[in-house]
Design a protein around this ligand. Structure first.
Ligand SMILES: C[S@@+](CC[C@H](N)C(=O)[O-])C[C@H]1O[C@@H](n2cnc3c(N)ncnc32)[C@H](O)[C@@H]1O
Length: 297
């Protein structure tokens, strides 16, 4: 990040994916030569003004080697870093592709206007409010207990697998009791609604579309040294969060890109779900951690 950018070097390549060390600005076009990406998840520095250390052991504090410095000298410098990198990932995306841009209150509002410029305002598909569950951190004002993931489509329609169980949630108890009184031949409870002259059937056990506030993917899974998922890399995101995004916005034959991959959470999830994957990080330690996680040389 703020560390000197090393010359592009292919760290590892397997049949299903590639991991590169260097600045995504120069490396993503190289990855895109092999085909366009259906899903890009970008979890950049948040402009926290902090230095993030790698947790070396099982201790509670991350005192180890610095992973990256998240200090930009003002929001305008942060945005100047982000803009060309968003433009380069946009150019690497397929017509059915989407971008998930993960930020928090410090930069998300300015970044939204920036991303509107890069993708076009009409490309904005909405936002996910992610509640990491760490409690409120801010003093001297309202506490902030969520982060925001902005979603942009590259073309007219992005992949979205509405029916995937990861994108469904149970109907409220009262709604189940009030509305789902009928049963089909297999004993499944359903309701029917007629809209615009057409009748639709909804099954209770299929659940309803998940809302935009995701509070059930706790950050703790990724950040607690006692849990197997934690790599010690700072700001590591939980696999459950990425799993929902990958399941929602990609297909079996999709290529998934994380151009600031850190410990490789997106890539590990994409690999587990059988997608092809590609990751870049400017920090060689991050790429080494991601490679280990992916089980590639
Ligand atoms: C918030 S962390 C990503 C954490 C990751 N999502 C995870 O689960 O581990 C941001 C990452 O962006 C990387 N980064 C910053 N600027 C970059 C750039 N220009 N190109 C590639 N990586 C960059 C940093 O080294 C850092 O690892």
């Amino acid at each position: 990040m703020n560390a000197p950018v090393r010359p592009p070097a292919e760290r590892t390549r397997s049949r299903r994916g590639s991991l590169l060390v260097g600045d995504c600005l120069t490396l993503v076009p190289r990855l895109a030569e092999k085909g366009a990406f259906d899903l890009v998840y970008v979890d950049p520095p948040f402009d926290t003004r902090a230095h993030h250390g790698i947790r070396e052991g099982r201790g509670e504090r991350a005192r180890g080697e610095r992973a990256y410095k998240d200090s930009w000298g003002g929001i305008e410098h942060f945005l100047a870093m982000l803009e060309p990198r968003l433009a380069c990932v946009r150019d690497a995306m397929s017509e059915r592709g989407s971008l998930f841009l993960h930020l928090d209150y410090r930069a998300v509002h300015e970044a939204k206007l920036l991303a509107d410029r890069v993708f076009g305002r009409g490309a904005f598909q909405g936002e996910i409010v992610w509640v990491p569950g760490n409690g409120g951190r801010r003093r001297g004002g309202p506490s902030v207990t969520h982060q925001t993931i902005l979603v942009y489509a590259r073309g007219r329609a992005m992949i979205w697998n509405d029916d995937d169980p990861a994108l469904r949630e149970p109907y409220a108890e009262t709604s189940q009791r009030m509305h789902f009184g009928q049963r089909d031949g297999d004993g499944r409870r359903y309701r029917e609604r007629t809209l615009g002259g057409k009748t639709y059937r909804y099954y209770a056990d299929a659940g309803r579309r998940r809302g935009s506030v995701w509070a059930d993917c706790p950050a703790m899974r990724a950040n607690t040294p006692l849990l197997g998922e934690a790599t010690g890399y700072p700001t590591q995101k939980p696999e459950a969060l990425l799993e929902r995004i990958v399941r929602g916005a990609s297909l079996d034959d999709s290529r998934v890109l994380d151009p600031m991959c850190g410990s490789g959470t997106t890539l590990a999830v994409a690999a587990r779900l059988g997608r092809r994957w590609a990751g870049v990080d400017v920090n060689p330690r991050a790429v080494a951690i991601a490679a280990k996680r992916l089980g590639v040389p």
